[in-house]
Ligand binder design. Sequence first.
Ligand SMILES: Cc1ncc(COP(=O)(O)O)c(C=O)c1O
Length: 368
Amino acid sequence: MTTIDTDPDTGLDPLEFAVTRNLAAKSNADRDAILANPGFGQSFTDHMVDICWSVRGGWHRPRVSPYGPISLDPAAAVLHYGQEIFEGIKAYRHADGSVHTFRPDQNGRRLQRSARRLALPELPVPYFLQSLRELIAVDGAWVPSGDDQSLYLRPFMFAKEAFLGVRPAHKVAYYLIASPAGAYFKGGVQPVSIWLSEDYSRAGKGGTGAAKTGGNYAASLLPQSEAYENECDQVVFLDQDRNVEELGGMNVVFVYKDGTIVTPQSDSILEGITRDSLLQLARDRGHHVVGRNVSLDEWREGVASGDIVEVFACGTAAVVTPIGVLKGKDFIDEQPTGTLALELREELTNIQYGRAEDKHGWLYRLDA
Ligand SMILES: Cc1ncc(COP(=O)(O)O)c(C=O)c1O
């Protein structure tokens, strides 16, 4: 077990994880073969973490176990009513071999906000952080060291109570799994083409748009298929007033010619940690940063007039992706390309991989 002190903010003692080693763990050679070309979300490490929660017992039975199938009662509420949330966060190997993650407290808090919206229990942030460290303690060798490679960590929580009544479940499971991830862009960052979803929305006022819950992603799959049919990489969603929300899995940022940076802000958008960090780096450079509504008309007119000089998307998986084209049912707008998006990308990844000073204290060491 990793030794962790009582959390000074919450007074919570660390959990005592029961660790069962995977006797069928991959050999070094097999693991190295996977790490040489990991792709995304295809291979998983040798272990997983889980913690149970019940109304009566609170958080209990923390475990590290061999990675493998989960046994669920067919009546488990998640299978019927989708009471589920998740997170996405990466572990990076630095040149000295140490393993770090980036702003995990923010992911822990976002998981709590998602839990609140989905009527799930809030996992204390110290337990969330400890779960990451416990998994790295046994699977640290799975953090790749190649350029732009990382170990993608996927914490998730779901209603496992076997009960078909519609109410918040009394039994819940928190899990953490991990999957090595290769460079998102091979041969340099490429601008993406974006399909404007006009027939489908991702979120509604008072809905679950700001939560990281499976249903939002399920609802984005049909419009995402429409994007592919229209030869676009990603889909962008509007709200009921035709304001820009976000892509299926990334936030959107606009750069104006006076240097102002504007990003949609509303209760129906997932608050991206990548976006928050990039905007902080932009502020550090003297940019004025504004969160407000951006209508589709403002976007299209701004690009046509030259007021908007760059548009990019951002999220944990791809970090930053310039938007090259916006395509709708009856228009194709080429997007202006600038240098800021890629400069901020470089600055952020340099911090994440330990190549630049971490002035904001964003890194969190996982293997010590
Ligand atoms: C819908 C959605 N918006 C935005 C983001 C970006 O969030 P983050 O930067 O925290 O990865 C993600 C990715 O997690 C997402 O799924």
